[in-house]
Design a protein around this ligand. Structure first.
Ligand code: HEC
Length: 447
């Protein structure tokens, strides 16, 4: 008995010591502000995506309990990868979560002003420090109601020399109506958009991502939560040939009142020409031939591309689907026949996150990249606009897409148009086969 009492006392003493060592109160200035600066302020500051700012104690204090809830449930920060290792992983460490929770639980004190870190300097309205800002020359008028097809706007830049871009950020002029946007490089002499007048909206069959053809590289993109894109992964950058212009490709959504928009893109140029090119063809791999049966709660859609250049490294993955999307996996099969999953995550239409690989992945020429996505086209999907309909590829949210934006770096001497070659199930005719599913892909493989 005395033994037990002794050890109990020891235990109690031990706990007291533990509590004492942790009893320095968790304060906003010392503990919480550094966490918010590092993990939250990119979105939680005036003019950015989140509805409330976390720059100061007064801003953040009313949200203490909500922050606790949001980090415990992993609702914040938004992050959806379940498999793979990513440089921009937003997942908070258990330690960080504990500190936020302790602060909220202890009355969310402000603490000593001398503990406060210097504020992060954000350049107004940008997450990068652009060397050049290119804006649409005219307002686009968004009607109060109705469906608006994708708009392409050719903007005269006529880059005076070859340029290399290490970072790009596309910013909507009017985020209320810009559902998403892209800025593409239009090299001199390109056939695509050759009939379009500068600055004027131009519609073209947008299958194949805004109708973009060979030679058009995706420079920057905007969708809520994406942020800026960086291209200096290795000694790499985006290449803009001398004499190029830009094309803004925009998906506008009506909101009940007439609106205008004038979107822009900010560019940061490389200090020295790099040895490698960062290439992102608009929408690869893509299942333009997808068929999602009415009512199917787990329809599988598979698309495939084959890498057609030497020594390419995969550096970036951004899945894309619409309202019926559930999950997305990217699997590579090397020429040796070995295969591995490089990304797997749940799909969330509101947060179209891009994933930067922690370590660039070498994909030898001939590597097959398979995207495997699932969709819920049943009544159980509360976002489903029409469970009674068989769904094909289309631009609007009530249609579907299965595509990915993959960033690949390779030597400047390689032909970028051969980087991604549609193959396997992606060569089937549009609308002919349910899926196409993995089973279809495997059957093609065996032939
Ligand atoms: C990529 C942008 C982004 C980042 C990073 C981000 N947030 Fe948010 N947050 C948002 C947006 C947008 C909303 C409002 C829409 C929503 O609730 O989904 C939001 C909402 C919230 C809410 C309200 C949740 C609710 O249930 O109403 C809390 C609390 C919050 N964020 C806390 C945080 C904290 C704490 C961090 C950092 C650890 C963080 N957020 C990081 C964009 C972001």
């Amino acid at each position: 008995m005395s033994m037990l009492r002794g050890s109990l006392a020891g235990l109690v003493l031990g706990m007291a010591a533990f509590a004492a060592s942790n009893s320095a109160p968790v304060t906003f200035n010392k503990d919480v502000l550094p966490i918010l600066q590092k993990n939250c302020q990119a979105c939680h500051r005036p003019g950015e995506l989140a509805p409330m700012s976390f720059l100061t104690y007064n801003d953040a204090r009313p949200w203490a309990k909500a922050m606790k809830q949001a980090v415990l449930t992993k609702k914040m920060p938004p992050w959806f990868a379940e498999k793979g290792h990513f440089a921009n992983d937003r997942t908070l460490s258990p330690e960080t979560i504990n500190r936020l929770v302790a602060w909220a639980d202890n009355g969310a004190p402000e603490g000593d002003a001398k503990d406060k870190p210097a504020p992060v300097s954000f350049q107004d309205g940008w997450n990068i420090k652009p060397d050049m800002i290119i804006e649409m020359p005219n307002d686009f008028h968004v009607a109060a109601t109705g469906t608006i097809n994708y708009q392409n706007i050719k903007v005269k830049v006529n880059f005076p020399q070859d340029m290399w871009v290490v970072a790009a950020e596309m910013r909507p002029g009017n985020p209320k109506v810009v559902h998403h946007g892209r800025v593409m490089v239009l090299p001199p002499g390109a056939a695509w958009m050759s009939k379009a007048a500068y600055g004027e909206p131009y519609e073209e069959g947008s299958e194949g991502m805004g109708g973009a053809k060979e030679g058009t590289d995706l420079l920057g993109k905007y969708n809520p939560g994406l942020g800026a894109q960086t291209f200096d992964v290795e000694d790499s950058a985006k290449f803009i040939p001398k004499g190029s212009d830009l094309v803004f490709n925009l998906h506008y959504t009506s909101i009940g009142t007439p609106q205008t928009d004038r979107s822009k893109v900010g560019l940061v140029f490389a200090k020295h020409p790099p040895t490698k090119r960062y290439w992102m063809s608009p929408g690869t791999p893509a299942a333009f031939n997808l068929v999602i049966p009415a009512g199917d709660s787990n329809a599988e859609v598979v698309s495939e591309v084959t890498v057609g250049v030497d020594n390419a490294k995969l550096v970036y993955i951004q899945p894309h689907m619409h309202l019926r999307g559930k999950d997305y996996e990217l699997r590579v099969t090397y020429p040796s026949g070995e295969s591995e999953t490089v990304f797997k995550g749940v799909w969330n239409f509101d947060w179209q996150v891009g994933y930067q690989l922690a370590k660039p992945l070498l994909l030898p020429k001939g590597t097959k990249i398979l995207a495997i996505a699932h969709y819920d086209n049943s009544v159980n999907n509360r976002f489903n606009p029409d469970p009674g309909k068989t769904i094909l590829w289309g631009d609007q949210n009530w249609d579907e897409m299965q595509s990915g934006f993959l960033g690949l770096v390779f030597d400047m001497k390689e032909d970028a148009n051969k980087a991604f070659i549609q193959s396997g199930p992606s060569l089937l005719k549009r609308g002919t086969t349910a899926g196409p599913s993995l089973a279809v892909a495997e059957a093609i493989e065996k032939k």
